[in-house]
Each structure stands twice: as C-alpha cells, then as structure tokens.
Design a binder for this molecule. Structure first.
Ligand code: NAD
Length: 336
C-alpha cells in the first residue's frame, strides 16, 4: 500500500472514531444506559455511529432491535469482540458483572488493540468503566490503559435499573482531572449527578463504602421492624416513628422491608421482593468491602457480619439471590 493511501485511510479511520461510541456489556444496567446515551447522542447529531458488544449475542440483538425500532436511521453495529469495539470508537463504555470480566476485557482485548492504533487515535481514546469491582484491579487496569497512551476513569453508578432507565444515575468518578472532564459530557447523558471523587479507584472506593452502609442499614431496619411487631407495634406506625426520628434512613423510608409499612409508597416488599437491587449483587458488594478492608487493615465488624448474613440467606433460600436485598427481612422472619 502506498504511504499516501495508508495515511488517507488512517485519517478517515480517525475521523470515524470521533463521532462513535462503543458500549460493552448490555445487561440489566448497560442496556438502559446505552439506550439513553445513544438516543441523546443521535439527537445531537445523526452522524454518530454506535457499536455494541455483549458476550450473549441475544442481549446485543435485543438491544439493536429495540434501538432501531425507535431510531430507524441510526448507524448501529454489533461486533463480536471488545477488541473490535475498541477499534471503532474514541469513547468506550464498559458495564460488566465484576472484576474478572473487566480484567479480561481490558487486558486481553481492549488494551492490546489500543496499542496497535496510530498515536493520535490512542491519545484521543477515553475508556469509562461503570462496573462495580475491586478497587485494586480497577487501578491496575487504568494504569495499563494509561501506559498504552489512552485515558480511563472508573465511574460506578448508584441508582439501580430504575435510575439507569430514567437517566438519573449518580456516577462516582475516579481519575485525573483531565479524564474526568472528558468523561463528564458522556456521563451526563446517562445520569444526573456526576461526582469527581478523586484519582483512579476513588469512584469505586466511594461506591463500595456507600453500599457497605446501605447493606448494614437494611439488615438493622429489618431487625427493628421484626422486633417492633413482636412488641405489638403496627409496622406502619413504627415506620412513621423511625422515619421522623433519628433512626430514619433510605432502608426504612423508601425500601422498608415490611409490606404495608409505607402506605404511600411501593417498595419491592409489596411485590414479594421482586425488582430493586438483588441480594446477589449486595452480597458481591459486601464482599468487595470486606476484601478491601482486610487489605487496608480497616476494621469491619458489622460489614463482615452483614456479608455472612446475606450469604446464609442465599445459601438457605436460593430464590432470595434474585430478590431485592430487603428480603433479608423475609429470611430473618424464618429464624424466629
Ligand atoms: P448483568 O449481569 O445484567 O450485565 C452484565 C452484562 O455483561 C451481561 O449482558 C453479560 O453478558 C455481559 N458480559 C459479561 N462478560 C462479557 C464479556 N467478556 N464481553 C462482553 N460482555 C460481557 O449485570 P448488571 O445488573 O447490568 O450490572 C452491571 C454492573 O453494575 C455490576 O458490576 C453491578 O454490580 C453494577 N450495578 C448494578 C446495579 C443493578 O441494580 N443491577 C446497580 C448498581 C450497580
């Protein structure tokens, strides 16, 4: 190939990468986030190209069908591997189950691909990982991405599937000032609050600490609601007292685990704990907290106890793994 032709092709390739977004991992969260991101980018400019990749072809196909039904003119392509997704776009978003998946997708696929790109393409590439995973693994992956010449932020989310669908997620971002500034316009198309928590890994640190609080609180609310009923209290009266007193928290005022306790709300307990944030994910997050706490010699007596309790609820009643984590109340009730 003559150098001028190669150069022209490279220019064309680089130009394509600018208005192109790749999304890897179209599960419960990723499919909603990608839908918001792509539809808003497409509304900004119909020239945008969208590239999607999922280990399950049916997830990618379902997304494409859904998106193209709404935006028939959109340029949306399914690729088989994260490497192809990395080749296509300057902006790469990943939303994967956990640490091993992120390690594999980045170390075996995205990073080796970035290393083969022309330098101007590498420096313009931004990777956003919204997975909840181990802080140290996320930092190591971000280092590898930076060493390849691209930018990366960890941007785990708070707000669940409902927030992902509504585009109201909170993103907790870890990375340099420069990478945060690059990620903000993209994240703001999927969420409402974009918080720069600090350097690489800080977003995940904040996410894990928040979910540690939440996981412990949901258990103690379940304990108190159970004890109160044994003492003869009406759950709606007890919930109203706690929620207007010092014990009030999200777990009692929004996600109260006792049916009928929040007459003007509809928490997952009203649907036999279907919907919401599943116990299996809460157990995963408690595990991330206890692991990182051990590494940093930070005491976690309540966190460890909470992790053990969520684990035994799933072991004894496997169906609770896929129910909202407030079903810990249902589990504790069987212990009375
Ligand atoms: P999910 O299991 O529904 O989706 C993950 C997707 O990644 C799946 O479609 C899977 O096929 C795909 N995938 C796995 N390995 C892959 C690979 N190598 N290449 C391409 N695709 C691959 O999970 P989710 O509920 O969407 O959660 C995603 C992340 O968000 C998790 O880290 C979770 O802890 C976090 N999170 C979830 C919620 C929630 O309510 N579901 C809330 C906050 C944070």
């Amino acid at each position: 190939m003559r150098p001028t032709v190669r150069w022209l092709q490279q220019l064309e390739h680089s130009a394509h990468r600018v208005k192109s977004t790749s999304f890897i991992g179209l599960g419960r969260m990723g499919s909603e986030m990608a839908y918001n991101l792509f539809s808003k980018q497409y509304t900004q400019s119909e020239e945008y190209r969208f590239v999607i990749c999922d280990a399950l072809p049916e997830s990618a196909n379902a997304f494409r069908h859904n998106f193209l039904t709404q935006f028939p003119g959109a340029n949306l392509k399914i690729v088989d591997t994260p490497a192809e997704a990395a080749l296509a776009s300057n902006a790469i978003v990943t939303m994967l189950p956990s640490s091993p998946h992120v390690k594999q997708v980045y170390s075996e696929s995205i990073i080796p691909t970035l290393s083969k790109l022309p330098p101007q393409d590498i420096t313009q590439t931004l990777c956003i990982d919204s997975t909840t995973l181990d802080v140290d693994i996320a930092r190591a992956v971000a280092n590898e991405v930076r060493n390849a010449g691209a930018q990366m932020v960890d941007a785990p989310v708070s707000g669940g599937v409902a927030g992902a669908k509504a585009g109201t997620l909170s993103f907790l971002v870890g990375g340099t000032e420069q990478s945060f500034n690059l990620s903000q316009p993209i994240l703001s198309l999927m969420g409402q609050r974009i918080i720069h928590c600090g350097p690489s890994g800080a977003g995940l640190g904040a996410k894990i600490c928040n979910n540690l609080v939440l996981g412990v609180q949901q258990i103690v609310v379940a304990e108190a609601m159970l004890l109160g009923q044994k003492l003869g209290l009406d759950p709606a009266v007890l919930a109203a007292v706690v929620n207007s007193s010092t014990g009030g928290c999200w777990a009692s005022s929004v996600n109260n685990p006792v049916p009928g306790s929040l007459p003007d709300k509809s928490p997952p307990c009203e649907r036999d704990y279907n919907g919401g944030f599943v116990t299996a994910l809460m157990l995963k997050d408690m595990g991330l907290a206890t692991d990182i706490a051990k590494k940093h010699s930070s005491p976690l007596p309540l966190g460890e106890a909470a992790e053990a309790l969520y684990a035994s609820s799933i072991r004894d009643q496997p169906e609770l793994a896929a129910r909202d984590f407030s079903s810990i109340y249902k589990y504790l009730r069987t212990k009375t």
